[in-house]
Structure formats: structure tokens, C-alpha cells
Design a protein around this ligand. Structure first.
Ligand code: F6P
Length: 342
């Protein structure tokens, strides 16, 4: 049996741990052969491969990024994309494919499996933790730890200058990183994409924090939107997902806070720092288990499925379920953490 492996979409700490788990178990226990495809779906589309065996995965467990490279290439949007993939898989004698990715990558995997009968197993990945089919995705815990450390550091500089510090974290559609890191870091305001925020309310929380002689920290997810100023944040262009691109909510909010409260404010945009570097212990654990279970699914011939975490168990769900619904922050949870605002 020869198995192809690819990583697609935005990179994420833990991708290498998944690859290592797949290859170690596949070669040592099942005697399989592997082919690494470069840069997500571009690899099978163009027949671009890389050697993938035990020496190739040695030492990669703590490494961020992906040894296979990644891209957002979508074969469904390319001329004869599916036909080219099928031809290359057959030329390379690849019997099964493991696709590690988020919404887009797994959407292609689901289509290949369900419509074209390609032998695909999926592994979910996103630092945003917004895939509903799994309790957690790897990369999320690392991102939360990085954001929490940044908030801890910003508290001391905010207090030295008695300034407002606005921290913009990732999360275009879901506020999981914001709510977890904001709570862990003791933020005074947390703003998420799921609930439009009222700038006057934010300013009232900021002011009350100053009254208690503390400098406030405001955590804002990149996709959070004000109630009354959303047009200000839309720059009109579309990103690679076809979503309206937002121009920095963090910068905009800091300026509004300064204008409305008269207090000095600064913004820190954490950006891709949240996706880089070594995965946390939890992410290594989860990613490795996903890898072990994905190759087990291949051995069982359970194609068209994706591995997922439910409680402490790794289960298999249909690939189509991976992209069916976005997991967003429950309003009850947001209300619960709201007790710390202001
Ligand atoms: O899906 C993960 C994510 O990090 C989002 O939070 C973010 O909006 C997006 O990817 C940015 O990705 P890129 O800069 O690679 O297009």
C-alpha cells in the first residue's frame, strides 16, 4: 500500500507531529510506503512529491510549520483539476491519500471521496478551533498560549504608562482564541466576531478600569465588528476565501477609544506569531493521536472520513461533516466571561 500525505491551507503548529504519527505507525506497523505531496493540493495536481519515510520525519515533532509546505490551491477551481489529480495518483501508484487541512482543504477531500471515489482520509487543522465536528483542533492551544503570554506582558507596560492596550488576535469568524486568551490573561474587555460590540460600552469599561487605578487591556478578535461602524472596517476587497477583507479592527478601536475617552491607547496585532513556532504539549499530543488514527482509518479502508476529538476519544466522522457548520462561541459562554469586563 502506498499512501500520499498533504498539508493544505494556513499552517498550524502540530502539522509535523501529525505527519510523523502517520509515517511512524504506517511504516513500522503496517509496512506501508509514503509519498509526500508538496504545498497542499498543488502537489497531487502537478505531481510534485517529496520523499517521506522514517528518516524524513526524524526530529520534526517539536517543529512548527510543515515539512511538506502548504498552499491554498483549490483543484476544484482549476481546469481539469480533479482529472489531473486522479491521473497523478494513479501514475505514482498512490492507493490512498491523507489530507490535513481546514475547511477548504477538507472540502476538496470530501468532494474527491464522495463524488469521485478517491480513497481519502482527512485530519482537521486550524488554530481558530472553529470546526464543529471536533472538540478541539491542534494549533489552537499553542495560539492561545502565545496570545496569553503577550497579554501578560502587555499588562505591565500598560500599567507603567497608564495606557489602554488593545490586543488584536486571530479569529475571522469565531472568537475562540480571543475568549480563551482574554480570560487566561485577565483582559478587561474581550470582543469577538459572534457579537457586535458597542464602542461606547467598551469606552465605559475602559474608563471604569482607570477609575479603579488599573490600565485596561482590550482583546479583540480580528473579525469582531462594531455595531455602528462596520463600514469603516470593510476595505471592499476580498481575501482568498472570498470574504470581505477587514482593515485592522484593533487600530481602529484604539483610535476611537482615544478620541472618546481622552486616554492614550496603543495596539498590538499578534498576527502570524500565533501560528508560528513549536507546538504546545497538548497540540503535540492531539496531533500525534490524529496521525495514528488517520493511518488506522486508511488500513480499515474507511475512506471519506475524518478523525475528530470527542471528549478524550478519537472518533471518525464523515468528511462532509467537517465543513458543514462553523463552531462559534456560545452567547452563554460570552455572558459568563463578561463578569470580568470593566
Ligand atoms: O485559519 C487560520 C487563520 O489564521 C485565521 O485566523 C486568519 O484570519 C487566517 O488564517 C489568515 O491566514 P493567511 O494570512 O495565511 O491568509
Amino acid at each position: 500500500m502506498r499512501v500520499g500525505v498533504l498539508t493544505g491551507g494556513g499552517d498550524c503548529p502540530g502539522l509535523n507531529a501529525v505527519i510523523r504519527g502517520i509515517v511512524r505507525k504506517g511504516m513500522q506497523e503496517y509496512g506501508y510506503d509514503f509519498v509526500g505531496f508538496r504545498d497542499g493540493w498543488r502537489g497531487p495536481l502537478e505531481g510534485d512529491t517529496v520523499r517521506l519515510d522514517i528518516p524524513a520525519v526524524r526530529g520534526i515533532l517539536p517543529r512548527g510549520g510543515t515539512i511538506l509546505g502548504s498552499s491554498r490551491t483549490n483543484p476544484l477551481k482549476q481546469e481539469n483539476g480533479i482529472r489531473r489529480i486522479r491521473e497523478n495518483l494513479s501514475k505514482l501508484e498512490v492507493d490512498a491519500l491523507i489530507a490535513i487541512g481546514g475547511e477548504d482543504t477538507l472540502g476538496v477531500a470530501a468532494r474527491l471521496a464522495d463524488v469521485y471515489g478517491v480513497h481519502v482520509v482527512g485530519v482537521p487543522k486550524t488554530i481558530d478551533n472553529d470546526l464543529s465536528a471536533t472538540d478541539y483542533t491542534f494549533g489552537f492551544d499553542t495560539a492561545v498560549n502565545i496570545a496569553t503570554e503577550a497579554i501578560d506582558r502587555l499588562h505591565t507596560t500598560a500599567e507603567s504608562h497608564m495606557r489602554v492596550l488593545v490586543v488584536e488576535v486571530m479569529g475571522r469568524h469565531a472568537g475562540w482564541i480571543a475568549i480563551h486568551s482574554g480570560l487566561a490573561g485577565g483582559a478587561n474587555v474581550i470582543l469577538i466576531p459572534e457579537q457586535r460590540f458597542d464602542v461606547d460600552q467598551v469606552c465605559a469599561w475602559v474608563t471604569s478600569r482607570f477609575k479603579a487605578s488599573y490600565a485596561p487591556i482590550v482583546v479583540v478578535a480580528e473579525g469582531a465588528m462594531p455595531k455602528d461602524g462596520d463600514m469603516v472596517l470593510k476595505d471592499g476587497s476580498l481575501d482568498s476565501f472570498g470574504h470581505v477583507r477587514l482593515s485592522g479592527v484593533g487600530e481602529w478601536l484604539a483610535k476611537e477609544i482615544e478620541r472618546r475617552t481622552g486616554k492614550e491607547a496603543r495596539t498590538t496585532v499578534l498576527g502570524h506569531v500565533q501560528r508560528g513556532g513549536t507546538p504546545s504539549a497538548f497540540d503535540r499530543w492531539l496531533a500525534t493521536r490524529f496521525g495514528l488514527h488517520a493511518i488506522e482509518a486508511v488500513r480499515d479502508g474507511d475512506f471519506g472520513t475524518m478523525v475528530a476529538l470527542r471528549g478524550t476519544d478519537i472518533v471518525r466522522v464523515p468528511l462532509s461533516a467537517a465543513t458543514a457548520r462553523l463552531k462559534t462561541v456560545d452567547p452563554k459562554l460570552y455572558e459568563e466571561v463578561g463578569v470580568f469586563f470593566g
